[in-house]
Design a binder for this molecule. Sequence first.
Ligand SMILES: Cc1cc2nc3c(=O)[nH]c(=O)nc-3n(C[C@H](O)[C@H](O)[C@H](O)COP(=O)(O)O)c2cc1C
Length: 133
Amino acid sequence: MALLATSDELVEELQTSDVLVLSVPIYNFSVPATLKAYIDLVDRAGVTFRYGENGPVGLLKDRKTYVVVTSGGIPLGSDFDDVSGYVRQVLAFLGITDVEFVAADQLARDPEAAVMTARQQIGESLEQVAVAV
Ligand SMILES: Cc1cc2nc3c(=O)[nH]c(=O)nc-3n(C[C@H](O)[C@H](O)[C@H](O)COP(=O)(O)O)c2cc1C
C-alpha cells in the first residue's frame, strides 16, 4: 500500500542492518521531531513488535547499536536527561538491547572537550569490535 511505502522501506532497512547508529541531539529536553517521526514509522505492531501473553515482544534481531547523544548543556545520564532512557526503551521494545551510548554532551560549555571525549569513547568501542572480530 502506498501509504505504508516509507514505513516499509525504513523497517526493511532496520531488519537487514547489522549495526545501527543513531545520532540524537537533545532538543527541548526530548528527541528531535524527526527522530520521533522515524520511531513512529518503524514501530509497527505485528512487524517490529507484537503483544504476547506476557507483554510486548520485540521482533527485530538484536545487533550492536550506538546512540550518539549531543546536547548544549544537559549532561548525559543526569536527572535532566530524559532522552537516553527513552531511546533505550524504544529500542528494547523492538528487540534491540545491545546498545552503547556515546556522549558528546554539554557542547555549549566546552565543545572541544565534549568532542574529544566522544572520539575517545568511539575509539575504545572500535578497539573492542576489532578484538571481538
Ligand atoms: C531547537 C533546539 C532545542 C534545543 N534544546 C536543548 C535542550 O533542551 N537541552 C540542551 O542541552 N541542548 C539543547 N539544544 C542544543 C542541542 O542539543 C545542540 O545544539 C546539539 O546537540 C548539537 O548539535 P548541533 O551542532 O547540530 O547544534 C537545543 C538546540 C536546538 C536547535
